[in-house]
Design a binder for this molecule. Structure first.
Ligand code: ADP
Length: 485
């Protein structure tokens, strides 16, 4: 943990800048999402208002057509009005007259007019000319209604039109139906409430004026929507999902870059450790070799001293050879090259122990003849590394090493405990890193390259197992290797 903190401190500026970038991207995306929401809400309001006005217009138009149908029937009724025509001798046009059959006492009861587009001269009126006149009158009344007024052609006709237009209230259920149609045509939600007041906490449309007689909005109608937010969210969902995805990708890249940076730092630190260690390990035998070889060359030696010089050379060469092979072996460790075969775990442990002073090691074989499959040689070397460490780092006059084998819930557990100095908690993970040594630099009394436990971890992982280290119940450390059976 402390180690990670140190690394993080080293690249804190990069982390800070990257965090600011990610926060900035998040803030911008939030801002865009918010303004997108606002724009969509405005658009929804506009479309809902337009649809409401269109729905109302369509209801009023239908209603007007119905009024005009009745009007046509009325002016076609000869017991109600009489339609005649005569020729205007000055202009040469046909003048039509519509007159009530039973006029009331007061008010206008007849009206004469000519039709601009009617060029024939008809007197008396023919059925065709009568139909033309009726059609013209209905069209004129249609335009009047559209323009918002009722023209009194005659008193009774005016009264009946006005009654139909102003005294019969507009049917709100027809508005509802028409609005549903308009909303679905515009692709808007069709759940709304009609009310004569806007409903608070809901989105309400602009009002439509139901009081037809006057322009003053004496009676108005609103449409209110429960939750346009959901509809807007639905419209924006892909944009929101896209920006969320982008954000996740950015955070992932940020995390990944951080991981790479940290591992680079770790690698650089491991490389420094390795070079420091190797410089020492290589310099000593090389310096000794150089001095010995020079002395052999420069001075005359008797046989005995020459042999001892050659022994020195051989010893140092062997040391260099061991170092080289240890590095090479570690580089290939855990590879699939080694043959796998079945072997008895107990025998494998016995064979490892036989290379160490027997008095130091206490082996509890409680699994009998258990056989496993794997690369026996690699596993032997891994075990030997742990046992070797337990002896080599032990600073007590009497080293005590215990090896135990156990089978629990489908796993084989190999435990190796010692009564040595133990391993501090902060180092328990790092000791498995390549070239890592505890207390290196000021402790050259115990030789090593920091590769042993790295090798062990790779071999164990290659066999599908796990390795951990914990404090021994007394002093020292316990390494636990777990393999699935
Ligand atoms: P080395 O070649 O340095 O022994 P290892 O990878 O085998 O490399 O071990 C890494 C470090 O872990 C060692 O430098 C040592 O400090 C520590 N270590 C390993 N085993 C033990 C142990 N049994 N007791 C105390 N320290 C240990």
């Amino acid at each position: 943990m402390r180690y990670i903190c140190v690394m993080i401190r080293k690249i804190r500026w990069v982390i800070l800048l990257m965090s600011v970038c990610v926060a900035g991207i998040l803030a911008l995306q939030f801002h865009f999402a918010q303004s997108g929401f606002r724009i969509e809400r405005g658009l929804f309001g506009k479309q809902a208002n337009e649809a409401f006005a269109a729905a109302f217009d369509s209801v009023v138009n239908q209603r007007d057509e119905k009024i005009l149908d009745d009007f046509r029937k009325l002016i076609s009724d000869t017991s109600f009005v009489r339609i005649t025509s005569r020729i205007n001798r000055i202009y040469g046009t046909t003048v039509f007259t519509i007159a009530e059959v039973r006029p009331p006492f007061k008010g206008q009861s007849r009206l004469s007019m000519s039709i601009e587009t009617f060029s024939e001269q008809v007197e008396p009126i023919t059925p065709e000319a009568r139909q033309v006149f009726i059609g013209h009158l209905v069209n004129t009344a249609r335009n009047d209604l559209k323009n918002g007024y009722v023209f009194y052609y005659t008193q009774k006709l005016g009264d009946s039109l006005s009654k139909a237009k102003y005294d019969v209230p507009i049917d709100t259920s027809a508005i509802r139906k028409s609005y549903v149609r308009e909303l679905s045509r515009a692709g808007l939600p069709t759940r709304f409430n009609l009310s004569f007041r806007p409903i608070s906490e809901q989105f309400s449309t602009n009002p439509i004026n139901l009081s037809l007689k006057t322009n003053k909005p004496e009676k108005v109608l609103f449409a209110s929507f429960d939750d346009p937010g959901l509809y807007i969210f639905n419209r924006l969902k892909w944009v929101l999902a896209g920006s969320f995805l982008l954000f996740i990708v950015t955070v992932f890249c940020f995390g990944y870059t951080l991981k790479v940076l940290l591992s680079q730092q770790k690698l650089a630190a491991a490389k420094d450790d390795f070079i420091n260690n190797m410089t020492h390990e290589l310099h000593t035998p090389l310096a000794s070799l150089t001095v010995t070889a020079e002395s052999l060359k420069k001075f005359a030696h008797d046989d005995q001293s020459r042999d001892s010089y050659i022994d020195i050379i051989l010893h140092q060469t062997k040391r260099l050879g061991n170092l080289t092979s240890e590095i090479l072996e570690t580089a290939r460790s855990g590879s699939v090259a080694g043959p796998w075969r079945a072997f008895k775990v107990g025998n494998m442990v016995e064979s490892v122990i036989s290379h160490f002073p027997a008095s130091d090691i206490d082996f509890q074989d409680s699994i009998g003849d258990l056989t496993i499959t794997g690369n026996e040689n690699d596993l032997k070397r891994a075990l030997a590394n742990i046992v070797g460490n337990a002896i080599k780092y032990n600073d007590r006059p009497e080293a005590r090493i215990g090896i135990s084998l156990k089978v629990t819930t489908g796993n084989l557990m190999i435990g190796i405990s010692d009564n040595g100095p133990g391993i501090p908690d902060s180092e328990k993970i790092r000791i498995f890193d390549a070239f890592y040594r505890i207390g290196k630099g000021d402790r050259h009394d115990v030789k090593g390259y920091g590769l042993g436990l790295y090798f062990v971890r790779r071999v164990v992982a290659y066999h599908g197992g796990k390795i951990a280290v914990k404090d021994n119940s007394g002093p020292g450390a316990t390494f636990i290797l777990i393999f699935p059976l």
